[in-house]
Ligand binder design. Structure first.
Ligand SMILES: *[C@@H]1O[C@H](CO)[C@@H](O)[C@H](O)[C@H]1NC(C)=O
Ligand SMILES: *[C@@H]1O[C@H](CO)[C@@H](O)[C@H](O)[C@H]1NC(C)=O
Ligand SMILES: *[C@@H]1O[C@H](CO)[C@@H](O)[C@H](O)[C@H]1NC(C)=O
Ligand SMILES: *[C@@H]1O[C@H](CO)[C@@H](O)[C@H](O)[C@H]1NC(C)=O
Ligand SMILES: *[C@@H]1O[C@H](CO)[C@@H](O)[C@H](O)[C@H]1NC(C)=O
Ligand SMILES: *[C@@H]1O[C@H](CO)[C@@H](O)[C@H](O)[C@H]1NC(C)=O
Ligand SMILES: *[C@@H]1O[C@H](CO)[C@@H](O)[C@H](O)[C@H]1NC(C)=O
Ligand SMILES: [Zn+2]
Length: 452
């Protein structure tokens, strides 16, 4: 109980001051392993990742942003915004006003990215610090006329080792000192698509490989004496669901493909209709395994409405279903589905001086990561949809309190107050009674030896 009270006051004292002027500049490396579904951590072995977590924090399940695709969620991580607010609303986009298209092979036009300011840009413009990037969607684009000081052009053929060697060299150089860095790797997403997450025979090897890469990263950070100093977040953009040739929705069976443009495909199909009423009517009873929404009907909780890049009609397939025009199934695993599905959720682990040690938390939102990173770096966050207090228990400098602790403190305070009150009452009754009975009491005391 005393310990809890000590923590209580310590918490108040330690959290009221911010970073000391003499503290070294905070540094952060943000790592994404694409498509790392949260429950892989429970179903497979990750000795290196578990070592990393043991001395740091783990958030077991992250509610990401709808649609649960790669580009949109990587941009939500670094902006703290829902997709409708940061503008990267899909991996494939069309802007009617400018006739521009976006895809993962045609993503370099800043037009698509400029609706938000990612943290690597804020880091450089707000505090004149240096950012570095060994890949991450958008880091090789001049967003608000700024790229990270050090960056690599995206190339999936460049191996993990080369990416890590670059990032270590950049973090190790002191002029300029890099304070924020990103690192991106395509697995386990690529294999998740190829085999499907239920193919444990193949996924076991892929995930073992991912764990070895984490081991390699930690080893290199240790060898360069960066390990104790640098904060490292390892997270992901989305999970993966098992698909099947038995779960195909063929749009050609319901509607003539010339009556609309298919801007984005499965599992959230973005439809630009020639005649909205006609297309809606033809598709509304096409399949029991997909939902159809006019743009204005998209449920509020998706936060997927207020952007002109969201098309007039979207189709959302049920978990594990694939929407095609007439093709056969091309991938056994997919993501993009409803962001309330557990299979779509990634995880987050973190280690370093800014984080508590050995702490586990059930969940946060993807948009909460951004205000947490800004807090660590001492940056003023841009307007965003995240909540720092959701992540405060992960942070060493925040006072975090859970229910048992809260009950302990309430009981502790109650006991202290009761004790004080009793003492005061006793003292008062004593002082009040001292004079009339003082002699009597003395006499009683005198009798004691006789009783004994
Ligand atoms: C829009 O761009 C496409 C190619 O992406 C082109 O074929 C078409 O003519 C363009 N339309 C207009 C109105 O510029
Ligand atoms: C920002 O830092 C660079 C060196 O890294 C320096 O040359 C420049 O003058 C600084 N700009 C401001 C506005 O402080
Ligand atoms: C890091 O930099 C120091 C000098 O600043 C150098 O001695 C060391 O070899 C470097 N380590 C790596 C891994 O580059
Ligand atoms: C659009 O389709 C509806 C229903 O098929 C039809 O009543 C309407 O006339 C069409 N509008 C145009 C402009 O073609
Ligand atoms: C068609 O779909 C609508 C809603 O999408 C539903 O209310 C209606 O019952 C369906 N009609 C048939 C014939 O399935
Ligand atoms: C799909 O439709 C296109 C266009 O109608 C056609 O050329 C193609 O042969 C069809 N493919 C299959 C597998 O039915
Ligand atoms: C998300 O944040 C942006 C920027 O502050 C704001 O414009 C938008 O309304 C927010 N969205 C929601 C659903 O609160
Ligand atoms: Zn992805």
């Amino acid at each position: 109980m005393h310990l809890i009270l000590v923590f209580f006051f310590y918490g108040i004292i330690c959290c009221s001051g911010s970073h000391s002027a003499y503290a070294p500049m905070p540094r952060l490396l943000l790592v994404s392993f694409d498509g790392f579904r949260a429950d892989y951590l429970k179903k497979y072995e990750f000795p290196h990742l578990q070592d990393f977590i043991k001395d740091g924090v783990l958030v077991e399940d992250i509610t990401n942003a709808f649609i649960t695709k790669t580009f949109p969620n990587h941009y939500s991580i670094v902006t703290g915004l829902y997709e409708e607010s940061h503008g990267i609303v899909a991996n494939e986009m069309f802007d009617a006003a400018t006739n521009k298209t976006f895809s993962q092979f045609n993503d370099k036009d800043p037009f698509w990215w400029n609706e938000a300011v990612p943290i690597w840009v804020t880091n450089q413009l707000q505090e004149n610090r240096t950012s570095a990037s060994a890949m991450w969607p958008g880091t090789d684009v001049k967003i608000h006329n700024t790229t990270p000081h050090f960056f690599m052009k995206y190339d999936s053929a460049i191996g993990f080792n080369e990416r890590v060697e670059n990032i270590i060299a950049w973090l190790n150089s002191s002029n300029p000192l890099v304070s924020f860095a990103t690192l991106y790797w395509e697995e386990p997403d690529a294999s998740g698509h190829k085999y499907g997450p239920e193919d444990t025979k193949n996924m076991i090897g892929v995930l073992k490989e991912v764990d070895n890469l984490i081991g390699l990263l930690v080893e290199k950070l240790k060898a360069s004496k960066l390990w104790e100093e640098i904060n490292v977040i390892i997270t992901s953009d989305h999970g993966m669901a098992q698909c099947s040739p038995d779960r195909l929705i063929k749009l050609d069976d319901c509607i003539d493909r010339n009556s609309y443009t298919l801007v984005d495909k499965s599992p959230v199909a973005a439809i630009l209709p020639k005649n909205e009423t006609y297309v809606y009517n033809m598709l509304k009873n096409c399949s029991a395994y997909m939902k159809i929404y006019l743009k204005e009907e998209i449920p509020d909780h998706y936060h997927y409405h207020h952007n002109k890049r969201i098309q007039p009609i979207i189709l959302v397939a049920d978990e594990g279903w694939t929407i095609v025009q007439n093709e056969s199934l091309s991938r056994l695993g997919d993501h993009g589905y409803d962001n309330s599905l557990r299979s779509m959720h990634p995880f987050l682990a973190a280690h370093g001086p800014a984080f508590r040690k050995g702490y586990r938390q059930n969940s946060i939102y993807t948009v909460d990561i951004y205000p947490m990173m800004c807090h660590i770096l001492g940056l003023m966050p841009q307007p965003n949809n995240g909540t720092l207090s959701h992540a405060k228990c992960l942070l060493a400098d925040q006072w975090c309190i859970n229910v048992p602790e809260a009950i302990g403190i309430v009981i502790g305070v109650f006991i202290v107050l009761t004790t004080l009150t009793c003492l005061i009452i006793i003292m008062k009754s004593r002082t009040a009674s001292v004079h009339p009975f003082s002699r009597l009491q003395l006499q009683e005391d005198d009798d004691d030896p006789l009783i004994g």
